[in-house]
Design a binder for this molecule. Structure first.
Ligand code: HEM
Length: 478
């Protein structure tokens, strides 16, 4: 009897919730419409499917480009379309960050740049951008040891007999390149490299559990505990690096990002480990996997790969690629722009929040509203791209009027997001991607080792990150 009454009460609560939270689309002027069928506790999570960004794009066709969705415990405003995203993310009142236990687990609390909700966020962001330049970013990375890291990877690929797990090879090389900037040395510690690989695997498994209350997550997804353990390992490693840097610091000759940070007395000490994690996890993983996506797309599009190699041969010959060559290599840049567009590594960006009550597109939006910019919707809008699902770098190329080619920019291409919170590592990622891509395709031709298996599912894996599928390549020296 008691359980019957409880079930009845539960049903009544669910019905009340359903009618309160399923407002349909008649709330213009108040709050953006929400799709129907939200359920208690989980909201719309059961409707998201394996690719929430694709579902959101579909919902935008019915509910309009701005709609709200209940994602577990979070009420989120979803923005679709590049013009709408540009407008929203460039509004200085939308630069807050909501509190997400997953992100804070990865970067050691609400510190660093990305999860920082205090005033110190902007100072740290400026410090980082300024000092990345000082360390060579934007100046071709010449002062860094990137070329020797690339040579190391090339050496390993030359020695390979049989198919290569290129995702892992590229992640290790990129990890070292990023670490060179942060800590002035190669990342050789096998344990840290394995930790980094495992973090990537775990993050994607957590999926929609991100939106459940923090206490419930370890119960719902056991991988959460593993993730917390892995980021703990990484934090220990970072602390040890900081200690070593403090001991050997020569203020006259700062060697790397850690030295520069330690020397600046205005910065909060607790931010350093978080920024280091942001470089390693938030920086290295998307850059490495974007390169892996490029290799995958080029392996299944041999005609585009041939075109890229022709450009490399005619501009570089056998000389080492440098950033000076970039203006003469529109196809190489177009390949990267198309890879970033099609794969959209952060399909839903990183969530923002409003810092005050505001009116947005005629809707009344309260302070602390969570904003999700569906970057995927900007990159897959048929009205902008015509055939968004095809890998076609030529969409970024036009004749230059002198018999050559020039690069076409498209304002709907925003893989690094836009506005005051846009990616701090954009320049660094673009330089690394250019140097790695041109160096690899100068020396090697890549083909899939098992095309039949992979072409069935070349679309992104997982939910909130667009990870390339596991694939092996046959690498042939040119
Ligand atoms: C292909 C590589 C990369 C992609 C696609 C990418 C993309 C993004 C995106 C979409 C955001 C969210 C911006 C927003 O909230 O509106 C972001 C933020 C951020 N990225 Fe990247 N990123 C990449 C590489 C890097 C690298 C190499 C670093 C290391 C320096 C980095 C550091 C950051 C940081 C610190 C933030 C937070 C910025 C803030 O909150 O002010 N990223 N990135």
């Amino acid at each position: 009897m008691v359980s019957f009454l409880l079930a009845l009460l539960g049903l009544a609560a669910a019905l009340v919730y359903y009618f309160l939270c399923n407002g349909g689309s008649d709330s213009k002027g108040k709050y953006p419409p929400a799709p129907r069928l939200a359920l208690p506790f989980i909201g719309h999570l059961h409707l998201l499917g394996a690719k929430p960004h694709v579902t959101f794009l579909r919902w935008s066709q019915k509910h309009g480009k701005i709609f709200s969705a209940q994602l577990g415990q979070y009420k989120v405003l979803v923005i679709n379309g590049h013009k709408e995203i540009q407008l929203v993310l460039n509004d200085s009142r939308i630069t807050g960050r909501p509190q997400f236990p997953l992100l804070e687990t990865l970067t050691n609390g609400p510190n660093g740049i990305q999860n920082n909700r205090t005033e110190s966020w902007n100072d740290l962001r400026r410090f980082t951008l300024h000092n990345l330049k000082g360390l060579g970013i934007g100046r071709g990375l010449q002062s860094l040891n990137i070329q020797s890291e690339i040579a190391h990877l090339q050496g390993n690929l030359s020695k390979a007999r049989g198919p290569v797990d290129i995702k892992t090879a590229v992640l290790e090389a990129m990890g070292s390149s990023v670490w060179e900037i942060v800590a002035g040395q190669r990342l050789e510690d096998e344990f840290v490299l394995r930790t980094l690989r495992n973090i990537g695997r775990c993050v994607n498994k957590i999926g929609v559990a991100t939106y459940f209350p923090h206490w419930s997550t370890p119960l719902l997804v056991p991988v959460w505990k593993e993730l917390a353990l892995l980021s703990g390992h990484l934090a220990e490693f970072q602390h040890k690096q900081i200690e070593d840097h403090v001991k050997s610091l020569d203020p006259e000759h700062p060697r790397d990002f850690i030295d520069l940070f330690i020397m600046d007395s205005t910065l909060r000490k607790q931010d350093l480990v978080s920024v280091m994690n942001e470089f390693l996890i938030g920086g290295c993983l998307p850059t490495a996997w974007t390169l892996a996506w490029a290799i995958l797309y080029l392996s299944v599009n041999p005609d585009v790969q041939d075109g890229l190699q022709e450009e490399i041969d005619s501009v570089l010959g056998s000389t080492q690629p440098t950033m000076e060559a970039r203006p003469k290599m529109p196809l190489a840049i177009a390949v990267l722009m198309e890879t970033l567009r099609k794969s959209s590594f952060f399909p839903l960006g990183v969530f923002h929040s409003t810092t005050e009550d505001m009116t947005l597109f005629d809707f009344q939006i309260p302070k602390d509203t969570i904003i999700c910019a569906n970057l995927y919707s900007a990159h897959h809008d048929v009205e902008v791209w015509t055939d968004p699902d095809n890998f076609r770098p030529s969409r970024f190329i036009a004749p230059d009027g002198n018999g050559g080619k020039k690069l076409l920019r498209n304002e709907a291409s925003i893989p690094f997001s836009t506005g005051k919170r846009s990616c701090v590592g954009e320049l660094m990622a673009k330089e690394l991607l250019f140097l790695y891509l041109t160096s690899l395709f100068q020396k090697f031709t890549f083909r899939l080792s098992n095309e039949a298996e992979i072409t069935r599912d070349i679309e992104s894996r997982g939910g909130f990150l667009s990870l390339p599928p596991d694939f092996n390549v046959v690498v042939t020296e040119r």
